[in-house]
Design a protein around this ligand. Structure first.
Ligand code: PMT
Length: 403
């Protein structure tokens, strides 16, 4: 992992709308990258009158997105993917026109569409003529956006490009970068360590065969990514998958349930939260054959023994972490999940109905019912990344309520 900078692991989408302050966005992108953030840029047509996409491409290291209906750009990273990719969306400068259109839900150009399509926090850095800023229409629009939890940074007071003096100057790039680095922006799990298990395990039968299951690791990796975005130091103990390691996450690869158990014990001591999304084998062959088992006409019986229950063991530790289990069930999903919550003495469990079409093992989407002793929230079917963010919001709330 690269040395940790304040914004390492953060994915910031910088939106640039049309205004003279757009030239400052170049410095903003540099500043964000200097602090470790990965940055992508979306520019409105107006913004391109003030600064070229080529400049922002060179500074961000990524192609700049400018149009909603560009088949080539959509094929590379479409507006919905951009909206999902970002963990923070910072529009700087946010012009009076852009603010008005966002307040009223327009989605007829790329930047506004991405703002509507994201569930990441949206931050605006307004910049405009001081009369335009003071206009009640602008003020009402800003109020509407604040009520929707959109944060406004600035504008500052001072001399403006048009020669007038008053409120309307965009915050300086350094101030905007500092605002993202500040504790409030670093996330509710800042300073906390979280261990996630993910993926399947493989239990050797002989040197070439093993018992496993259909887990792809997608759910667990999405949870690890969401926890990292919430500011936690995340250790991901992963069974075999083909997935890339999420940004800012430390990954430990294992193969068998036994190895996963060992790896978890090595890292769990000082962790604050433990989330078990892995589909750990419940049984393993009593002894793996040393040589490949030869085929014969006789029936083959494999003697299996139970594996150690990693989650139950972590939950039973004195002063142990806040524990969240997953329960993949094909029938009586909630009842079985509740039974596991009690039996393993967990803080929370995510009941996962894996019989539903398009959900669960190896699917891109999932749906969960999150259950704790005196509460329950249903998270309807959506992509695993969005679902993991919603799950983390609940975990964070319950964790802080307990600690
Ligand atoms: O990986 P994906 O393809 O994205 O699919 C996601 C998933 C379906 C694997 C995942 O969301 C899920 O539901 N994981 C739990 C799988 C499961 O079958 O759990 P379980 O009911 O066997 O076990 C209950 C809990 O105990 C789980 O949190 C499990 O990680 C944990 N456990 C189980 C056995 C064991 N030996 N050690 C454990 O820690």
């Amino acid at each position: 992992m690269p040395a940790s900078l304040p914004l390492t692991g953060r994915r910031v989408l910088v939106g640039i709308s049309g205004g003279i302050a757009a030239y400052k966005s170049a410095e903003l992108v540099r500043g964000l990258r200097r602090q470790g953030a990965e940055v992508r840029v979306v520019m409105s047509a107006g913004a391109q009158q003030f600064i070229t996409p080529l400049t922002l491409q060179a500074l961000s290291g990524h192609r700049v997105c400018t149009t909603l209906l560009d088949p080539e750009a959509e094929a590379a990273m479409g507006h919905i993917e951009l909206a999902r990719w970002a963990d923070t969306l910072l529009v700087a400068p946010a012009s009076a026109n852009f603010i008005a259109r966002l307040a009223h839900g327009f989605a007829d150009e790329l930047l506004a569409a991405v703002c509507l399509a994201t569930d990441a926090p949206v931050i605006l850095a307004p910049a405009m003529n001081q009369q335009m800023w003071a206009n009640p229409a602008t003020q009402d629009n800003c109020e509407l956006l604040r009520q929707r939890n959109i944060r406004l940074l600035g504008p500052a007071e001072g001399e403006q490009a048009c020669g007038e003096v008053g409120y309307g100057r965009m915050w300086e790039p350094d101030q905007l970068v500092d605002a993202l680095v500040s504790p409030q922006e670093r996330g509710p799990l800042q300073g906390r360590t979280l261990v996630v298990t993910a993926g399947p395990t493989r239990e050797a039968i002989d040197p070439v065969r093993y018992l496993t299951n259909r887990s792809s690791g997608k759910m667990g990796y999405a949870v690890a990514a969401a926890a990292a975005r919430a500011g936690a130091k995340v250790v991901l103990v992963s069974g075999p998958t083909i997935l890339p390691t999420p940004q800012g996450v430390q990954r430990i690869d294992v193969e068998s349930a036994h190895q996963m158990h060992q790896a978890v014990l090595e890292v769990v001591d000082h962790c604050d939260l433990f989330i078990a999304t892995a589909a750990v084998a419940d049984y393993r062959p009593v002894a793996a054959a040393e040589q490949k088992i030869k085929k014969s006409d006789a029936a083959l019986t494999l003697a299996l023994e139970p594996t150690k229950d990693i989650l139950a063991e972590v939950a039973a530790r004195p002063e142990g972490p806040f524990t969240v289990g997953f329960a993949a069930e094909t029938e009586d999903v909630e009842a079985y999940a509740r039974a596991k919550l009690e039996r393993k003495a967990l803080d929370m469990i995510a009941a996962n109905g894996v019989g539903q079409v398009g959900c669960g093992f190896d699917a891109d989407c999932n749906a969960l019912t999150v259950i704790w002793r005196d509460g329950r929230v249903v998270l309807p079917q959506t992509d695993k990344s969005s679902l993991a963010r919603q799950l983390m919001d609940i975990v964070i709330e319950r964790y802080h309520a307990k600690n």
